[in-house]
Design a binder for this molecule. Structure first.
Ligand code: F6P
Length: 376
């Protein structure tokens, strides 16, 4: 007999960048909930769809055949309830989102998303809604969880790309840079660079100088190696940029109000000046080394296609676990991964925090030990 719990009505949404494994997670929630006699609706296009009350019933028909599909059957957006673009202006639509939660008689809202989604979910939980989040992002930048679903698939795609670039770099005796997503953290570039045998890896967490990078490549040339692969995280930054940003962040520690707002603007400006400048970096390196150089930017390729087996397993595990949380009345929590287990982590402990690669991480030490340069 189906067990009816106190929390019979579940709402689900996917928010932020799409990630392989989202559909596996939706299916995990939906099928497990149906098994227990709970009803699930999905909001289309993240918080925007919830604000516009665009919902669909996640019944068996919707949930079947989606385990292996990339993207999200619900659609997604980067809209935030408290800063929603509305016909040319930005408005706080939180109250409408809250209203639609009650209009749909929801007992809980499950938000599948990354760092931005966590913050939005936390705000809604502070408004009194029962909220649970699942950690999804290819960037692996969420604190409080060992990993996030989507990361493994994106890593596999980036490693495959580096493998393919190796043979062409070697044939043409070229330096090939490959820019890898990851936002402000270097997990993807580090993992793909090390697994793909990149000769240099540039990460946001280890600011580089172009001279050190050039030295490492020329040193390879001296050893008779006529090609090199450089894996660059999209958020990689040189030492000058990193120092300028650190100085602004220092001032921010004691700043409030208007002064803090201005400092935040300045940090944003420095970020866009110094990060994501791989094209310029490639041109400069070519000038210094006089070696023929090319750049491949993987971009959204890393988010596309079917999820890896590991991501399907993880997303299914987290989705079904969310329903256990619901049955236990555990709300205001992220379903976090801890080894083979999962645990409930309070949203307030993780919202707004970023999981950076520690510069002494074992993978960095291993990479250095096999002779990989970090340009530092
Ligand atoms: O957070 C996932 C991610 O793919 C980042 O790696 C990247 O910086 C960003 O999203 C790209 O965002 P968008 O899809 O909005 O261009």
């Amino acid at each position: 007999m189906k067990k009816q719990t106190r929390y019979g009505h579940i709402g689900v949404l996917t928010s932020g960048g799409d990630t392989p494994g989202l559909n596996a997670a939706i299916r995990g929630i939906g099928k497990s909930a149906a098994h227990q006699g709970l009803q699930v609706i999905g909001f289309k296009d993240g918080f925007r769809g919830m604000m516009e009350n665009r919902a669909v019933r996640l019944d068996n028909g919707m949930l079947s055949g989606i385990l292996t599909l990339g993207g999200t059957i619900l659609g997604t957006s980067r809209d935030k309830p408290h800063k929603m673009p509305m016909g040319g202006s930005i408005m706080d639509m939180t109250d409408v989102v809250v209203e639609n939660y009650y209009k749909n008689h929801l007992d809980v809202l499950v938000c599948l998303g990354g760092g931005g989604t966590l913050k939005n979910a936390y705000r809604l939980s502070q408004k009194g809604l029962n909220v649970i989040t699942l950690p999804k992002t290819i960037d692996n930048d969420i604190v409080g969880t060992d990993t996030t679903f989507g990361f493994d698939t994106a890593l596999g795609i980036a490693v495959d790309a580096i493998d393919r670039l190796h043979s062409t770099a070697s044939s043409h005796h070229r330096i090939i840079f490959v820019e890898i997503m990851g936002h402000r953290v270097g997990w993807l570039a580090l993992g793909a660079g090390l697994a793909g045998g990149a000769d240099a890896i540039l990460l946001p967490e280890i600011p580089y100088t172009i001279d050190k990078l050039a030295d490492s490549i020329l040193e390879r040339v001296n050893r008779g190696k006529r090609f090199s692969i450089v894996a660059v995280a999209e958020g990689a930054i040189n030492k000058t940029g990193a120092q300028k940003i650190a100085a602004v962040e220092k001032k921010m520690e004691n700043a409030e109000g208007e002064e803090r707002r201005k400092l935040k603007e300045e940090r944003k400006r420095l970020d866009s000046e110094y990060r994501g400048s791989t094209i310029q970096l490639v041109e400069e390196l070519q000038k210094i080394t006089r070696l023929e150089t090319r750049l491949t930017i993987l971009g959204h390729l890393q988010r596309g296609g079917t999820p890896s087996a590991a991501d399907r397993l993880l997303a299914t595990r987290l989705g079904t676990k969310a329903v256990e949380f619901i049955n236990n009345g555990q709300f205001g929590m992220m379903v976090a991964v801890r080894g083979n287990e999962t645990e409930a982590v309070p949203l307030g402990d993780v919202a707004g925090k970023i999981n950076y690669v520690p510069p002494d991480h074992p993978l960095i030490i291993s990479a250095r030990n096999v002779g990989t340069s970090f340009g530092d």
